[in-house]
Design a protein around this ligand. Structure first.
Ligand SMILES: Cc1cc2nc3c(=O)[nH]c(=O)nc-3n(C[C@H](O)[C@H](O)[C@H](O)COP(=O)(O)OP(=O)(O)OC[C@H]3O[C@@H](n4cnc5c(N)ncnc54)[C@H](O)[C@@H]3O)c2cc1C
Length: 487
């Protein structure tokens, strides 16, 4: 049976390919696609709970990415004879209003397992049910479907390896949904002029992002750019064949896939990436690298299902391990120095400045910057995670809070995880190319000194023209001593 009038509520699924909600709604007589610009997602917010603090919910990089993505989605829907209605307001208010005015029979949407998304969804559901509208809910943002896991998500292991092994041996990835080539017409009462304009970042109270040519990539939002990046990375530039060897790099567009931003705003489906990898394995080469990209996507899935399992517990300071033996500190000045990239530890500072300027940071960088905050400074890990939430172009609640909790020792690892930052810097940025890119004030230093400028003698400072405490900060903490406390 088909619905007479369908409404698709777009959330972080801003694509027409492999979109189950859209595909299923495409059999209706008329179709309305709606995106709600929810004011709760912008501006300063309380973190919530005990020891709360304030932070900016969505910063310039992700705001721009999202607005680009909406514009691209609207274009794709128009090409298919439809449109995207953009409304500013809470979905639980906007959607029932529209449903009532237009006589919508069924609302189609994707679901996410995280507390904020679930709260909104619950409010939408109850308002629509009260208005006698049917609801159809789909799971579509992970590689493996939640219903295809070998056990219920409530029973998955809390460590990655057993999870991965069980999924790899006892589950399979579903095929993608076909991209509709045309869509049902808009309801009679809606014309193109009523589609609504997209807000500008400043209308949302967010600055425009800085333009910095040092960014690894110009992260242009939208499905078109996401599919283009997939094609370029896998086929045109043939990077997949050596992904495992390059993935720990730090400079340039191609050391890793950079798919994350498109995956997390839903411009790119992980199942589509999976299909491309499989095709590449058939047509070019199947090796450790092709497998490793799927291995990393499975980390993404792991955190999605972990958040589904543990819910709000993930966002508490004690984490899922309920650890109350760590004495977290609160020091605003120290936190600001970390956030601004002014710690005096070049590997941390370069990464934080890259994040602030571009919205992106490599996985290696994220591990070290996070470890410094939580292990060397022992500042509340949730503040670091919330800062990443603001800044990251590819922020995802599960991957972000899951990884932060992991490094803070309150998440999915029974060991304490800390990184030897100088050792890591020398290993992954041996010639100091990366840190000099983001800290040009250290350009004149030989690599070893650039990684440890605090070892410069007064004579060397004069010789290289780098005065500590003037041109570049003195380290805010004595690294070795701060490790001692952890051993
Ligand atoms: C403290 C910290 C915070 C993080 N916050 C986020 C976040 O908010 N959003 C996010 O997508 N990733 C996050 N990550 C994971 C990882 O750093 C990024 O996914 C990766 O750097 C994105 O670049 P890429 O797409 O080129 O990755 P690639 O190396 O090309 O990996 C391919 C894909 O696998 C997934 N992936 C890879 N590593 C991880 C991982 N450790 N955890 C989960 N998924 C992974 C991503 O979807 C990624 O796009 C975080 C890691 C740390 C240590």
């Amino acid at each position: 049976m088909t619905d007479a009038r369908a409404l698709v509520w777009f959330r972080r699924d801003l694509r027409v390919h492999d979109n189950e909600a859209l595909s299923k709604a495409a059999t209706a007589d008329s179709l309305l696609s709606v995106y709600c610009v929810d004011p709760r997602e912008y501006g300063p917010r309380e973190y919530g709970g005990a020891d709360s603090f304030r932070f900016e919910k969505t910063g310039p990089h992700r705001t721009r990415f999202r607005l680009d993505s909406l514009s691209d989605l609207r274009e794709s829907l128009r090409e298919r004879g439809s449109d995207l209605l953009v409304r500013r307001g809470r979905p639980e208010t906007v959607l029932p209003d529209l449903a009532e005015t237009l006589g919508v029979d069924t609302v189609y949407f994707h679901t996410w397992p995280t507390p904020e998304e679930m709260t909104v969804e619950a409010a939408v559901k109850s308002a629509l049910r009260a208005a006698d509208v049917d609801l159809r809910r789909f799971w579509g943002h992970s590689l493996y479907h939640v219903n295809d896991l070998p056990t219920s998500y409530r029973e998955i292991p809390d460590t990655y390896t057993p999870f991965r092994k069980s999924v790899e041996s006892d589950a399979s990835v579903r095929p993608t949904f076909e991209t509709p080539s045309s869509l049902p017409p808009l309801p009679d009462a809606v014309s193109e002029s009523e589609a609504g304009t997209l807000p500008t970042p400043s209308e949302l109270g967010v600055d425009g992002p800085p333009d910095d040519e040092r960014a690894v990539l110009d992260f242009e939002g939208g499905e078109t750019a996401g599919l283009q990046r997939l094609d370029e990375y896998v086929w045109e530039r043939d990077c997949l064949r050596e992904y495992k060897e390059t993935r720990n790099g730090m400079v340039g567009a191609d050391y890793s896939s950079k798919f994350s931003a498109w995956l997390n705003e839903g411009c790119l489906s992980p199942r589509r990436v999976h299909e491309e990898v499989k095709r590449y394995e058939d047509e070019r080469i199947s090796n450790d690298s092709t497998y490793w990209l799927l291995f990393e996507l499975l980390w993404r899935d792991f955190f999605q299902f972990q958040l589904a399992k543990h819910g709000g517990q993930f966002f508490t300071r004690e984490g899922i391990r309920e650890r109350d033996d760590i004495e977290w500190r609160d020091d605003e000045t120290q936190f600001e120095r970390w956030a601004e990239g002014e710690t005096g530890i070049p590997f941390v500072d370069a990464n934080m400045r890259e994040l602030n300027r571009s919205g992106y940071m490599s996985n290696r960088g994220r591990q070290n910057a996070a470890s410094f905050l939580v292990n060397n400074l022992r500042l509340d890990w949730r503040r670091g995670a919330a800062y990443f939430e603001t800044q990251l172009v590819d922020y995802d609640p599960c991957s972000n809070y899951g990884n932060w909790a992991y490094i803070a020792g309150v998440g999915n690892d029974s060991r304490d995880r800390y990184f030897n930052i100088v050792k890591q810097a020398k290993q992954y940025d041996g010639d100091a190319e990366y840190i000099k890119r983001w800290l040009p004030e250290l350009e004149s230093l030989p690599p070893a000194k650039a990684h440890e400028p605090w070892t410069l003698s007064a004579d060397e400072q004069r010789e290289f023209g780098v005065e500590l405490g003037v041109d570049y900060p003195q380290p805010m903490v004595e690294l070795e001593a701060s490790y001692e406390k952890l051993r």
